[in-house]
Ligand binder design. Structure first.
Ligand code: A3P
Length: 296
């Protein structure tokens, strides 16, 4: 059983109806006042949608495929979170971000309507990665079990209900993906999908390059694809999150780099659960042009 003392992040609090870690709420005024720079690149995701993977790809792009440069520090130590801080760090990610030289790459799990307004004012580029909700839910369930930063998921059945109701960290998956989908028509946002990245990483990396106004040789792109593949990243201590202290991420319960494949939901959803989910999904996604694929 997880106890509150284990982490200041374990309790979730609501901001505008969205459940966020206590730490985000504590620093909320500062998050809202975040001063962006026009050349900031923001990576935005709903949790468990491929943040760490995309982060590695973007860092490789930024460093022209130089693996050694991307191994300068762990994932959590390379790019600050806007609204979060891992408990093992001495200072807030926000303070770290303020001291960082440009160009910066920052991460966030915030829904679009809670983004610090200055990011839009500075017209920063944002890359949003979405993942199908069934796999996202399964991934999140295992993550809740292995991290002391989030409440115990109780049973899989309980978590299934909570996820559909949006009573989980960062709020409703539906609101998150739809909110960002709408935002992309107003701001500089590249909206990508985990399943597309898995199916055709080269095409998706080309989209990123075009969005960033950068070119790389096909050789370098191939190197990036290799270095950021699940099997290679899983063995890379600077990318597989094993650097996070065990009391925060307990990889003996579940690896952070768990399966890395679309379709694992089929091993967890019963036929009845799947029917319930599909019905609920249809209602929640009515009227949007946004579509997902749940297997490749
Ligand atoms: P699974 O639990 O389904 O395996 P995030 O970084 O947003 O927390 O997302 C974590 C999910 O992305 C996990 O999903 C993890 O295994 C997967 N992942 C991490 N690196 C990956 C990679 N290189 N390729 C595919 N999936 C990856």
């Amino acid at each position: 059983e997880k106890t509150e003392e284990e982490s200041t992040l374990i309790n979730l609090l609501e901001i505008d109806g969205v459940m966020l870690p206590v730490i985000s709420k504590e620093i909320w005024a500062r998050v809202c006042n975040f001063q962006a720079r026009p050349d900031d690149l923001i990576l935005a995701t709903y949790p468990k949608s491929g943040t760490t993977w995309t982060q590695e790809i973007l860092d490789m792009i930024h460093n022209d495929g130089d693996v050694a440069k991307c191994q300068r520090a762990t994932s959590t130590e390379r790019h600050p979170f806007i609204e979060l801080t891992f408990t093992h760090k001495e200072k807030l990610d926000l303070d770290w971000a303020n001291e960082m030289p440009s160009p910066r790459m920052l991460k966030t799990h915030l829904p679009s309507h809670l983004m610090p307004p200055n990011i839009w004012k500075q017209n920063c580029k944002v890359i949003y990665v979405a993942r199908n909700p069934k796999d996202c839910m399964v991934s999140s369930y295992y993550f809740h079990k292995m991290t002391s930063m989030l409440p115990d998921p109780k049973s899989w059945e309980d978590f299934f209900e909570k996820f559909m109701a949006g009573k989980v960290v960062c709020g409703s998956w539906y609101d998150h993906v739809k909110g960002w989908w709408a935002a992309k028509d107003k701001y500089q946002i590249l909206y990508l999908f985990y399943e597309d990245m898995k199916r055709n990483p080269k095409r998706e990396i080309h989209k990123m390059l075009e969005f960033l106004g950068k070119t790389l040789s096909e050789d370098v792109i191939d190197k990036i694809i290799y270095h950021t593949s699940f099997d290679v990243m899983k063995e890379n201590p600077m990318a597989n999150q094993t650097g996070v202290p065990t009391h925060i991420f307990d990889h003996s319960i579940s690896h952070f780099m768990r399966k890395g494949m679309p379709g694992d939901w089929k091993n967890h959803f019963t036929v009845a659960m799947n029917e319930t989910f599909d019905k609920h999904y249809k209602k929640k996604m009515e009227g949007t042009t946004l579509t997902f694929c749940t297997e490749i």
